[in-house]
Design a protein around this ligand. Structure first.
Ligand code: DUC
Ligand code: ZN
Ligand code: ZN
Ligand code: ZN
Length: 487
């Protein structure tokens, strides 16, 4: 692989502006940006012609689950196949979730995930830590992870009763701790107790197929939990990041909270922007089961467009995928009971082209906004900016030469994940990566992926991201208890 790369004549796009320039890459970093960079033609440099194309920061997918042990099986894309698929679609950084079972040490879980990931990743990656239970030991582990292991985000599950769900009082402890150590609290917002009740009622009524899944988790279940999480975070003065916002009602809560000045961020996922819940009612069991994830896709056909509108106006900030793939055989574990269908869908490879198609080509996002919602905003919130998420001298050379004119049809026969189904099957997307560079090395060219197993690095992130804590500290000042002095 060439150590120096010159990307010539493209439109460089950051979240704040776009301009014509050449970009010189050297030793994994962006070395120079300028008009007509001159080089001595000694054969030591690879020149990539980006005329008519955009030169954008590599995508950041802040929500993946590679080789996740979950619901009695393990998601089929491991850290090699998963990051390879990410690169194929223009994503050069992923942030995955450590999800230790209840009772397991968080620090142990972290080391387990590092062991799985380090030898396999083809691009840089970070880790969020799922806090699935609560004790003094868990609190100490959170402190250790932030201090010694470059972690700055912790996720709570308000669903999955009986396994990883946490209670409100546990959430309060976790949020207080996040606030103390400068971390960002994340929530999977669904009311797990009512889901459990609905599931039992559906099964009793004989609804055992995949259509039972969305019926057990209607919009209001996501809505209520989102609202509750926002309230708890506000009361504890903890910044909150709601992962996979799937519905208009939940999104509305986030918009309203932001209007009131609360420090809340929202992520939506590729599937929510490009698919919908009608698939659960498909006559083909395999087809319906392939779409099972939580929270579910919504049947309301206006959801996808509404979520894109909120990315456009800034009420939602990031786009992930919740990429967590299971093949048909694994999905079949729930053949007679939708509660046992492993939850998860694909998206890490399709995210950027889909957002281009549904966002930029519809006119809802301009190219700078596309960069913001696919890369820069996540980099800022998780404190890896401007190392990641920006085309700037000194930043990592994670760069995508994006071809706005390319045209391809998504298909399981072509995709790079190990799954045998693609929930976006048959969709035509315009726009896609012509060249993908990770840390100064070309990983994708002309649709061919040349990813190197184990070449990615774990991203140490600092606590107190300015994008998060700048505002929370201000807000803390107005949160003062009132005491009345009486004689
Ligand atoms: N939802 C999913 O669909 N899969 C993994 C975890 C989750 O919360
Ligand atoms: Zn989740
Ligand atoms: Zn089918
Ligand atoms: Zn998830």
């Amino acid at each position: 692989p060439s150590k120096r790369i010159l990307i010539r004549g493209g439109q460089v796009v950051n979240d704040d502006r776009a301009f014509l320039a050449d970009v010189l890459v050297e030793n994994g970093l962006i070395k120079e940006i300028g008009e007509q960079i001159s080089i001595s033609e000694d054969g030591q440099i690879e020149v990539i012609d980006a005329t008519g194309k955009f030169v954008i920061p590599g995508g950041i997918d802040p929500h993946t689950h590679f080789q996740l042990p979950f619901m009695g099986t393990v998601s089929i894309d491991d850290f090699y196949i998963g990051t390879r698929a990410a690169l194929a679609g223009g994503t050069t950084t992923i942030i995955d979730f450590v999800i230790p079972p209840k009772g397991q040490s968080l620090v142990e879980g972290y080391h387990q995930w590092r062991k799985w990931a380090d030898e396999k990743v083809c691009c840089d990656y970070g880790l969020h830590i799922g806090v699935t239970w609560w004790s003094e030991q868990v609190k100490a582990d959170m402190e250790t992870l932030v201090r010694d292991h470059g972690v700055n985000s912790f996720k709570m599950f308000m669903a999955y009763k009986g396994s990883i769900q946490v209670t409100d009082s546990e959430m309060i402890g976790i949020m207080n701790t996040c606030r103390e150590i400068g971390a960002l609290a994340q929530v999977h917002a669904e009311n797990g107790d009512i889901i459990d009740e609905n599931q039992n009622r559906l099964i009793a009524a004989g609804v055992t197929g995949p259509e039972g899944h969305p019926q057990s988790r209607p919009e209001e279940v996501e809505h209520e939990a989102t609202k509750r999480a926002i309230m708890l975070a506000d009361q504890t003065n903890c910044p909150l990041y709601v992962v996979h916002v799937m519905s208009k009602q939940a999104a509305r809560e986030i918009s309203d909270a932001r209007r009131e000045g609360r420090v809340v961020f929202g992520e939506t996922i590729a599937a929510a922007l490009a698919s919908n819940g009608s698939h659960y009612y498909d006559k083909c069991w395999r087809h319906a089961a392939a779409h099972v994830l939580s929270p579910p896709l919504r049947r309301d056909p206006t959801t996808a467009g509404a979520l894109m509108d909120l990315l456009s106006n800034g009420d939602l900030q990031t786009t992930g995928t919740d990429h967590c793939t299971f093949n048909s055989e694994q999905k079949s574990m729930g053949k007679n009971d939708f509660r046992r269908i492993p939850n998860g869908i694909n998206g890490v490879e399709e995210r950027m082209p889909l957002i281009w198609e549904k966002g930029v080509r519809t006119g809802k996002l301009d190219v700078t906004q596309f960069v913001a919602v696919t890369s820069t905003n996540a980099a800022k919130l998780f404190n890896i900016y401007p190392k990641k998420g920006r085309i700037e001298v000194g930043s990592d050379a994670d760069i995508v030469v994006w071809d706005p004119e390319s045209c391809s049809t998504i298909s399981a026969a072509q995709h790079h994940t190990a799954g045998d189904f693609n929930i976006f099957e048959g969709m035509t997307v315009h726009g896609g990566p012509a060249v993908v560079i990770t840390k100064g090395v070309v990983a994708v060219r002309n649709g061919k992926v040349e990813a190197v197993k184990g070449s990615g690095r774990y991203l140490e992130t600092n606590a107190y991201s300015p994008a998060v804590y700048g505002r929370i500290n201000q807000r803390a000042k107005i949160h003062k208890w009132e005491k009345v002095e009486r004689s």
